[in-house]
Structures are given as C-alpha cells and as structure tokens.
Design a protein around this ligand. Structure first.
Ligand SMILES: *Cc1c(COP(=O)(O)O)cnc(C)c1O
Length: 368
C-alpha cells in the first residue's frame, strides 16, 4: 500500500488537526524502521540513546523558536491541556488565591478546576455577550497578591484571540495556548508559564507542551500529598522522563518543529502566513453583506479559528455538506455555539483557504 496523498482533503478541524504533509511522509518513512535504530520509534526504550536524542532535539528546537533562556523549563506531559487545568492550581494556587479570566468554554473549565483547590478571583467575564470579545487593559483589575493570572490566549470554540499579552499587575501569567501556540512570535519573558495540548497546532494528540519560567517554578508550593505525576517538580527534575513519556507524540512534535524552523523559517514567517490566511476568510465574511455573520468582535478575531453564522441552520448544514463534497472537512461549528468554524492552523495550506472562500462566494450566489 502506498500513500494516497492526492486523496487528502483540506482539513479545517479544530483538533486533532491538520499536520504538514512532509511531516507525515517523514514519519511514514521512519515508522517501521527509524534510521540507524533497526526498529520503530514506538518500539524503542524511552531511556535509550535514540529516544533521548529525539526528545533533546525537539526541546532544543522549541527553545530556539521561543528564544527561551537556559534556566527556564520545557516539559512534555500527558493528560492533555485539561490535566493542566488541575495541575496549575494544585502546584501554584496559594492562600491569596488565583485570578482567572472567563473568556469562553476552555477558561471556564480551567476555572472550575481551580475552584476545587482554593480561592478563585474572577477578574473579567465575557459571558454576557456570548464570549464574542476580550477585555482591554484597564477594563479589569488583578489583585497584586494573586498567585497567578490564568488566561486563554485563543478561545478555540468562540474564535477570539488576544493579540497582545494582557496586563497582569505584576502577577505571573499562566496561559493556555492550546490552539495558538507557535502560530506567532512569543515574548516568553512576559509569562510565568504557557501550556498547549499538541493536537491543535503542534503535533498529534498525546502530549502536552509546558514551558515554565524558572522564576515561576521557584514559587511551586511544596506538598507531601500531591500525587507524584501531578507535581511539576517530578517532571522538571526528571526531564519529563519520570515514567514512560509519549514517545511517538514527542517524535511527531519534533518533526513539526523541524518543519517550522527549516521549511517555514520560524515564527515570524508562519505569523505572516497565518495573518494572510485569516485575512482572506474574514474578508469573505465582511464582504458578504450580512449573509455571513461573524461571531467575534473585529479587534479580537482569532487568526486560528474563524467562527461565523449563516442566515439559517439549514443553510449552515448545507454549507458543511457542500464543503465536504468539495474536499473540505471539519467546518461545522462547535456544538455549544453552532454555526461554522474554520480552523486554519499553521499546517492548513493557503490553497485550502482559497478554496473555502471560493465556495463561500458561490454558495451565497446560489442561496443569498
Ligand atoms: C482543545 C483545548 C483544550 C483541551 O485540550 P485537551 O488536550 O483535549 O485536554 C484546552 N484549552 C484550549 C484552548 C483548547 O483549544
């Protein structure tokens, strides 16, 4: 059996999501026999030389892409971003509580987990307007004694994204960047910690990337009762190898990082490309004379997840069907908000977006 690449469609799914074809091909080539190892990546000990090299290289590439200072920490963990919702408060939420921004479904879930651990200070909520925008600095207050401020850089479901690092009154920022990590340059010195499930923009499901400033790590609350796998100290001290790490997922993330560095040319380059793709879709929405109704406020529009409605649910259903027939999948909006959503992550080719806006215009001509 050979690869049927010409049968690949444009995948607008929110996650697990599209991966670069060159990455998939390289993985396919090495799947049965990793060069020099005589076995698949999946068959090798996580404590052996080959895997050690793969993990170290992935970490080195990530450090280069983020300009990460040597003392800061990179971890490859399991349990998805959702496990981070629990781990963050378990390790860092102190007597004065932590601050949370309620920007949509994901931040709400993160906040619910923090409430199990201790005091949560809700600094801002976008609930009333259906999570269609984000606050400006000055529209919210962060208690300077807070353990941390939790934000979600990109709310995947609603399609709203911070295009700046929000003000935090000196409090360390913990950021869930699951759906926009590595889509733009990041000034990590402004964060205490960033975490991201890999399956949206960085690789396959099964691994969660955690980047933590050492200054934040030093604030970790010691505990004898915290389960060992839920303790960041375990993973920092054992370099993500306390137990069997998700070897194959880390290998895939390594290939995606190589693609980003060597084929794309880094975060500045991918950011340009992502902005160009997003502009094309938003332009199609804005020039539709109200046929397409965007969910997100203009200034907070996500460049990763574009959300909009059509005049009726029937038309939305029909659009999704026609898109599938035209080689585009994953355009149905999340069940909690409905409508349509185009996830246009790093690996979604520009041609995919061109085909999408072509269908949008044609569909409107026939149904508008
Ligand atoms: C998908 C997503 C999550 C959940 O990730 P899992 O890895 O499935 O736990 C959390 N936060 C954001 C912003 C997401 O997009």
């Amino acid at each position: 059996m050979t690869c049927d690449c010409e049968k690949r469609v444009f995948n607008f799914s929110a996650g697990p999501a599209v991966l670069p074809v060159s990455v998939l091909k390289e993985a396919q080539r090495d799947l049965v026999c990793y060069p020099g190892a005589g076995a698949s990546v999946m068959e090798l000990s996580h404590r052996g030389k080959v895997i050690d090299g793969i993990i170290k290289e992935a970490e080195a590439r990530l450090r280069r892409l983020l300009n990460l200072p040597e003392q800061d920490h990179v971890m490859f963990l399991q349990g998805g971003a959702t496990t981070q919702f629990s781990m963050v408060p378990m390790n860092f939420l102190g007597e004065n509580g932590a601050s949370y921004m309620e920007q949509g479904t994901w931040s709400k879930k993160a906040m619910a987990e923090a409430k199990r651990v201790g005091k949560v200070d809700l600094v801002w909520s976008g609930k009333e307007s259906g999570y269609d925008h984000l606050p400006k600095d000055g529209e919210y207050q962060v208690d300077p004694n807070s353990s941390y401020l939790h934000i979600t850089s990109n709310e995947t479901i609603h399609g709203i994204e911070f295009h700046r690092v929000p003000a935090s009154n000196g409090v360390p920022i913990v950021c869930d960047a699951s759906s926009d990590f590595l889509s733009h340059p990041i000034d990590f010195s402004k964060y205490g910690m960033i975490y991201a499930g890999a399956q949206k923009n960085c690789g396959p499901a099964g691994v969660t990337i955690v980047v933590m400033a050492d200054s934040f790590y030093q604030k970790l609350i010691p505990s004898e009762t915290r389960p060992i796998m839920m303790n960041y100290k375990t993973h920092v001290e054992n370099k993500s190898l306390y137990n069997t790490c998700p070897v194959f997922s880390i290998y895939m993330v390594g290939l995606v990082l190589k693609w980003l560095e060597e084929e794309i040319g880094g975060l500045d380059k991918i950011y340009e490309l992502n902005k160009k793709k997003a502009a094309l879709v938003y332009e199609a929405i804005d020039s539709s004379n109200g046929f397409c109704r965007p969910h997100a406020a203009k200034e907070d529009r996500s460049i990763m997840n574009v959300t909009w409605r059509l005049p009726s649910e029937d038309l939305e259903k029909k659009f999704v069907q026609e898109a599938e027939a035209a080689g585009m999948i994953g355009l149905k909006g999340h069940r909690s908000v409905g409508g349509l959503r185009a996830s246009i992550y790093n690996a979604l080719p520009y041609e995919g977006v061109e085909r999408l806006v072509e269908l949008m215009a044609d569909f409107q001509r026939r149904n508008g």
